[in-house]
Design a protein around this ligand. Structure first.
Ligand code: SME
Length: 155
C-alpha cells in the first residue's frame, strides 16, 4: 500500500523549493512512478491556452510515450477535465472512448487539478492490473493533487 502521507511530504519539499510547473510536475510524476506498485504510466496533461483551452496537452510524465493532445470530453482524461470529477476506471476497455496510449493499461485513475475553480490539468495514472485503484488511492492521490494546487505556478 502506498504511503500517501510520506509522498505528500516529499512533494511539499520539492514544491516549497520550486513551484514552476515543469520541475514540480516532473518530480511529482517521478515520485509516483517510483513509489506506486503495479503502474505503467504516471503523469500530467495540462489545459491549453487561448484557442486550445478545451484541449489537454501532454505534460511531464513517466512511462511510454503517450498521445499529445486530448480534447475535453474525450477518453478518461478528457472526461475528468470536462466534468472536474475524479475518474476511477476499474476496466479501461469498458470505458466508452478510452484512448489506448499504452496497450498494457487495464485500469486508470484521473484526478483534475483545479486553480480558482477551473481545471488547469489532470493527473493520470495507469495500471496493467484490472481494478488497481482503491478508494484509499483516490483519497491519497487527491491529497497529493491538493499539494500541487497550492504551489503550482504557470507563469
Ligand atoms: N487512456 C487515457 C489517455 C492517456 S494515456 O493513458 C497516458 C484516456 O483515455 O484519457
Amino acid at each position: 500500500m502506498t504511503d500517501y502521507r510520506e509522498l505528500c511530504s516529499q512533494l511539499e519539499g520539492f514544491a516549497a523549493e520550486e513551484g514552476g510547473y515543469v520541475p514540480l510536475l516532473s518530480n511529482a510524476s517521478a515520485l509516483l512512478f517510483l513509489t506506486m506498485e503495479k503502474i505503467n504510466w504516471a503523469g500530467f496533461y495540462l489545459t491549453g491556452k487561448g484557442e486550445r483551452k478545451d484541449t489537454l496537452i501532454l505534460g511531464p510524465f513517466q512511462g511510454k510515450p503517450a498521445c499529445i493532445r486530448i480534447p475535453y470530453g474525450k477518453g478518461v482524461c478528457g472526461t475528468a477535465a470536462e466534468s472536474g470529477r475524479v475518474q476511477r476506471v476499474p476496466d479501461v476497455h469498458a470505458f466508452p472512448g478510452h484512448i489506448a496510449c499504452d496497450c498494457d493499461s487495464r485500469s486508470e485513475i484521473v484526478i483534475p487539478i483545479l486553480r480558482n475553480g477551473h481545471v488547469v490539468g489532470v493527473l493520470d495514472i495507469d495500471s496493467p492490473v484490472e481494478d488497481r485503484f482503491s478508494e484509499e488511492d483516490e483519497k491519497g492521490l487527491g491529497a497529493f493533487v491538493r499539494v500541487l494546487e497550492q504551489y503550482i505556478c504557470f507563469d
